[in-house]
Design a protein around this ligand. Structure first.
Ligand code: ATP
Length: 315
């Protein structure tokens, strides 16, 4: 296994028309969850990824499990919870550039995850453990699970990769800040966006953020700046890798998860941090071209085509 990740995936409903959702009468049903998006991204790029989670013993949970398994992600450590339902999430396209989400996930099956879901044998076979800052916001038992998973990874030499994925609606600012800072201090690699960095350290300056995340304890900081590009800060070097230009953004949600998949794919393939970031940028850009969180995730040939086209354009 290359990467193991853990977290909640929800059934995602998107109204078939834009505007206020109160007027929506028909919806498309997809799935969405930061960690499984990332795992699907890795599988599409040809890697072995495992997803740890719980789903409800209901049709949506089974659909989700079938879908993620069908994408080639290992789901051996996903439990079916007979008491709690699969969580839901609605995406509302109010107008171009104004996309809102509404969760129905309180008490969901995945929010019941606990230290019982941490299987040392499963985690230790991976090179990387990927976690997000959404999971500790779901419940106390989920937060405990993450702590145990990180300890298990560290004990077994598995590199911990943390994407803060701030979701303000899930918890108070204070709890979010304290918990995300704590996780950032324990992770080997952190993947924040500039806005998340600003939330945690009260500055938007990339170099300052890089320095502060390193001081917090990370060995590598990969700071995403949307359509501008991505900054890298290591203990001995720093770089900036520009984003790929995109004609029209169809749906930006999931670009960060795609970026994580591309970046980790590069690390698994032994690329330098800059080249791994270039792959992450390419996957992130391609994700924005399709509606849905996972629909735009590319295969390796698509990524190579974009990277090579860009290199030729610069010549
Ligand atoms: P998410 O909404 O998934 O949480 P995020 O805030 O974590 O996203 P972004 O910075 O929006 O992450 O996007 C991740 C990466 O995807 C960027 O670093 C960039 O490489 C690429 N990307 C995102 N948006 C665009 C865009 N409009 N054009 C080109 N590349 C983009």
């Amino acid at each position: 296994m290359d990467v193991v990740t853990m977290g909640e995936t929800m059934a995602l409903f998107t109204p078939d028309q834009s505007g206020l959702m109160r007027y929506a009468v028909s919806y498309s049903r997809k799935i969405g969850g930061a960690e499984s998006n990332m795992a699907i991204g890795l599988a599409r790029l040809g890697h072995q990824a495992g997803w740890i989670s719980r789903v409800g013993d209901d049709e949506l949970g089974k659909a989700m499990l079938n879908f993620i398994r069908g994408e080639g992600v290992n789901v051996d450590n996903v439990k079916i919870d007979t008491e709690a339902p699969t969580g839901l999430y609605f995406k509302e396209f109010r107008k171009a550039g104004d996309i809102r989400v509404q969760y129905y996930r309180k008490g969901s099956a995945a929010s019941q995850m606990s230290t019982e879901d941490v299987d040392e044998n499963y985690i230790k076979q991976a090179s990387y453990l990927h976690i997000s800052g959404i999971t500790p916001a779901l419940s106390t038992s989920c937060k405990e699970m993450l702590t145990e998973a990180i300890d298990t990874a560290k004990k077994n030499g598995v590199t911990v990769v943390f994407d803060p994925n701030l979701r303000r609606s899930l918890w108070s600012e204070e709890e979010a800040r304290n918990t995300l800072l704590d996780l950032a201090s324990k992770a080997d690699i952190v993947l924040p966006g500039i806005a998340e960095g600003e939330f945690l350290f009260d500055t938007k300056d990339p170099d300052e953020l890089g320095r502060l995340f390193l001081k917090q304890g990370a060995k590598e900081v990969v700071l995403k700046a949307g359509d501008y590009g991505t900054y890298y800060y290591g203990e001995h070097s720093s770089h900036f890798v520009p984003a790929f230009s995109v004609d029209t953004v169809v749906d930006p949600v999931g670009a960060g998860d795609g970026f994580a998949a591309g970046y980790l794919s590069g690390l698994v393939d032994g690329l330098s941090p800059e080249k791994a970031i270039e792959r992450g940028n390419a996957v992130g850009a391609l994700v924005t071209q399709a509606e849905g969180d996972v629909e735009g995730l590319p295969e390796k040939a698509d990524v190579e085509q974009l990277v090579n086209a860009d290199a030729n354009r610069d010549d």
